[in-house]
Ligand binder design. Structure first.
Ligand code: GAR
Length: 205
């Protein structure tokens, strides 16, 4: 049997998706191991969550480097040392350069809280709320050099109801993320993700 998929999660904030993924690997829902958390924010709650879960962290200060490529080269070396198979971005609020994007092409995914290509970038939930759309949702996609532009792997729609507040909408979007992200990661763990250009299909196995 092939050994479990080795995952690094990149996160800058609360880390609720990180937590869900840790639990899904520990419960066996995903045949994978989270071997590293990478964070650009030493004080982010996700760093404490990793500590509590016994997951190693690599925390760096972007301001200490002249350019993005410099810290990404160090991260890439850390990932190679730990033989990471899949990079999972979970609220990592930085664009990546070809240093990371080329090394992990087809093996680096992101979750974004809108139905891309609508509302890319920051505060996607707020953007959708202010626009007044009736349906928004979440997208899991491969990471390329653009801002939320990589090939779509999976999406889930979330309806905006009359009685919603921004907060209640946010809650349902976050709940949907906790369902979809572990499922997509499990597809990678089972080798079910087939990519042909922008067309991603999920193989039956
Ligand atoms: C998630 O809602 C994720 O979709 C979003 O950040 C949040 C992180 O929450 N990511 C983006 O907006 C990326 N453009 P978490 O830290 O609790 O997992």
């Amino acid at each position: 049997m092939a050994s479990a998929l080795r995952i690094a999660v990149f996160a800058s904030g609360q880390g609720s998706n990180f937590q869900t993924l840790v639990e899904a690997t520990q419960s066996g829902r995903i045949d994978a191991e989270i071997v590293l958390l990478v964070s650009d924010k030493a004080k982010a709650p996700v760093v404490e969550r990793a500590h509590k879960a016994g997951v190693d962290s690599y925390v760096f200060n972007p301001k200490a480097y002249a350019k993005r490529e410099d810290y990404e080269l160090e991260i890439a070396a850390e990932l190679e040392r730990r033989q990471v198979d899949l990079v999972v971005l979970a609220g990592y609020m930085r664009l990546l350069t070809p240093v990371m994007v080329d090394r992990y092409a087809g093996r680096m995914i992101n979750i974004h809280p809108s139905l891309l290509p609508a509302f890319p970038g920051k505060d996607a939930i707020g953007q959708a709320w202010n626009y007044g759309v009736k349906i928004t949702g979440i997208t899991v996609h491969l990471v390329d050099g653009g801002m939320d532009t990589g090939a779509v792997i999976a999406q889930k729609a979330v309806e905006i109801r009359n009685e919603d507040s921004r907060e209640s909408l946010e809650e349902r979007i976050h709940a949907a993320e906790k369902e979809l992200y572990p499922e997509v990661v499990s597809w990678f763990a089972k080798g079910r993700v087939h990519v042909e250009g922008r067309k991603v299909s999920i193989l039956q196995k």
